[in-house]
Design a protein around this ligand. Structure first.
Ligand code: SAH
Length: 233
């Protein structure tokens, strides 16, 4: 098998491919441009109750996913010779960036562990060298929506997935800037016209206008991104 292969470890395999079975990602999945298996973690429990979690050491609320069960699941889908990165979706992780998404998209795929409850036993993170990845500073009830977000961002970059390969390079973040605003017909909407420059036919002026707007937007909304651009404009 060629292309990007994702293995997702989850207590809810029914959530996959989910939204990724539709539209561009779904078509690409059907066409074999990427592949996905969603593996039920519970299948690797070995007690009568098939338990995957237990109470936290030291006390407190909630449950913690067991390291031994997770180790069996991980070793099953990603044996030691498997060179795909092993990711753990986690609010404590490094925030996902377009740069990391690009790296993943040129690689062989990923094994993605989705947490539930209070999260996973720390020892599985260390013992299997999991890379913790966050999709933002908020708490989800489980890692599955985060895995879908990460995969959506990766899959659209795979060769042949986006109809127009150029558009990928002009998106927000790709040049370190947020993208300029877009307009389309009608020429006038509720008294608001499309900016003259965009209908001028002057491609140099249009490019300059877009770059200016991108800079203004980035400075106003994301000074953290804009700070890296000083001197470049
Ligand atoms: N007690 C944890 C939160 C657990 S939320 C804490 O306070 O840090 C349950 C699971 O949802 C996590 O194990 C993780 O897999 C997933 N999750 C929640 N928020 C996330 C986020 N922002 N990014 C990625 N995964 C997240």
């Amino acid at each position: 098998m060629s292309g990007f292969h994702a293995s997702v470890l989850t207590l809810y395999p029914e959530m996959f491919p989910g939204a990724l079975g539709l539209s561009l990602a779904g078509k690409a999945l059907q066409d074999g441009k990427w592949s996905l298996d969603a593996v039920q973690i519970r299948d690797f429990a070995n007690d009568r109750h098939r338990s995957v979690d237990d109470t936290p050491a030291g006390g407190g609320a909630g449950m913690v996913m067991r390291a031994d069960v997770l180790a069996r699941a991980i070793d099953h889908v990603a044996p030691p010779h498997d060179n795909r990165p092993r990711l753990l979706m986690s609010p404590r992780g490094k925030p996902l960036t377009q740069a990391r998404v690009r790296e993943l998209a040129v690689g062989p795929g990923a094994t993605i562990l989705c947490g539930r409850f209070e999260g996973v036993d720390q020892r599985i993170i260390e013992a299997r060298e999991l890379e913790e990845v966050s999709i933002g500073d908020y708490i989800l009830s489980g890692g599955e929506p985060a895995a879908l977000v990460l995969l959506d961002a990766v899959v659209r970059l795979l060769p042949g997935v986006m109809g127009n390969d150029i558009s990928g390079d002009e998106e927000s973040f790709e040049g370190g800037l947020l993208e300029h605003p877009h307009y389309t017909r009608p020429q006038e909407f509720e008294g608001r016209a499309i900016p003259d420059v965009l209908v001028s036919g002057n491609h140099a002026r249009i490019a300059e206008w877009r770059r200016q707007k991108a800079l203004e937007l980035t400075r106003a909304r994301r000074p953290d991104l804009a700070s890296g651009l000083n001197g470049k404009d």
